[in-house]
Design a protein around this ligand. Structure first.
Ligand code: NAD
Length: 325
């Protein structure tokens, strides 16, 4: 049985559906602070509560034969973490440590962890490989890097085997699950919400970056490809693999204006934009070197075309114009 924390969230619910379709048994733990009850698969037992609640975790491990954990649960807004770092460190790190302690106490020593390209900070080289220096530029990135370091120590001391998957920009929809955050800070959902007429204009933060069209370049990776990587990371651990840190990206960057232009083509809608000042700490380019994922996990993204990624989100959004509301 696999414990999925954050299984009511975006990437967690897509991954849970993939695990269930492969015949895995899954139990979900989520406090619904950011997730959606409607995103929960009905065929997996669900426990509502905090990852740091030791009694609840003990209940889950006594009621189910948990042998591995995929740990998605976290707060994940960069801007919010700058304004309220305490909330981020308590939720992602303090509660995260309690989860790890509980797992080890209950003899669950295989963990797949949601890390992020935000642990690298301002890139010194592009594409970014796993040995790039990690110097986060915000508390959210630090909270994930702290967890990586803690897992390393727990590996040495307690034999915890983990795969830290450092995602770049997750996007797209998969079957019944799409991206619905409140507030939504990610570009693609915001662009498509504007195409739907839910907002009148898309803010473009900065048009004077050292990129061909002046807007920042990001690496967009489809949520189904992320889910596939989690399944492979689990297989790696089950077959006795060592702890790893692995980038998950397409290895190809698109600028903000390229995303908006492609969205116009996919949706047939005009999509108005407004240039705003650049956001502090927003790097000009974040593109993954994802070669290592291929080597260790045999993982290769299937959704490499921006238009098809946008199309999957658009299809979902046409059926869910107000998200899960
Ligand atoms: N979306 C991205 O582009 C992206 C990129 C890099 C890393 N990540 C990481 O991937 C993970 C999943 O991201 P997402 O976009 O699906 O986020 P999400 O907000 O949709 O899902 C996170 C889930 O965790 C739950 N949660 C948060 N704190 C909790 C706690 N203390 N106890 C129990 N449940 C808790 C929330 O209710 C939510 O359902 C996060 O750890 C995030 O940091 C996401």
């Amino acid at each position: 049985m696999i414990l999925v924390t954050g299984g009511a969230g975006y990437i967690g619910s897509v991954t849970t559906n993939v695990l269930l379709s492969r015949g895995e048994n899954v139990v979900i733990l989520d406090n619904l602070s950011r997730g959606h009850r409607l995103a929960l698969p009905t065929s997996a037992p669900f426990y509502e509560g905090d990852i740091g609640d030791r009694q609840l975790l003990r209940r889950i491990t006594s009621e189910h034969q948990v042998d591995a954990c995929i740990h998605f649960a976290a707060l994940a807004y960069v801007g919010e973490s700058v304004v309220d770092p305490a909330r981020y460190f308590h939720n992602n790190v303090e509660q995260g440590i309690r989860l790890l302690d509980g797992l080890i106490e209950d003899n669950v020593k295989q963990l797949v962890f949601s890390s992020t390209c935000a642990t690298y900070g301002e890139p010194q080289t592009i594409p970014i490989s796993e040995d790039h220096p990690q110097k986060p530029t915000n508390p959210y990135g630090w909270s994930k890097l702290f967890m990586e370091r803690i897992m390393e120590s727990y590996d040495q001391a307690y034999g915890l085997k983990f795969v830290a998957l450092r995602y770049f920009n997750a996007c797209g929809a998969a079957g019944p699950v799409g991206e619905d955050h409140d507030p939504e800070t990610h570009l693609i959902p915001n662009v498509l919400r504007a195409a739907l007429g839910k907002t009148s204009v898309v803010s473009v933060f900065g048009d004077n970056y050292p990129t061909p069209d002046g807007t920042p370049i990001r690496d967009y990776i489809h949520v189904s490809d992320l889910a596939d990587a989690h399944v492979r990371a689990l297989e790696h651990l089950r077959s006795g693999g060592k702890s790893e840190r692995i980038n998950l990206g397409n290895g190809h960057g698109y600028s903000v204006l390229e995303v908006i232009e492609t969205a116009r083509q996919v949706t047939g809608k005009p999509i108005a934009t407004k240039i705003e000042p650049p956001r502090p700490g927003d790097p000009s380019r974040l593109v993954a070197d994802a070669q290592y994922a291929r080597t260790v996990l045999g993982w290769k993204p299937q959704h490499t075309e921006l238009a098809s990624i946008l199309q999957s989100d658009w299809d979902w959004r046409l059926n869910h114009p107000d998200g899960y509301a």
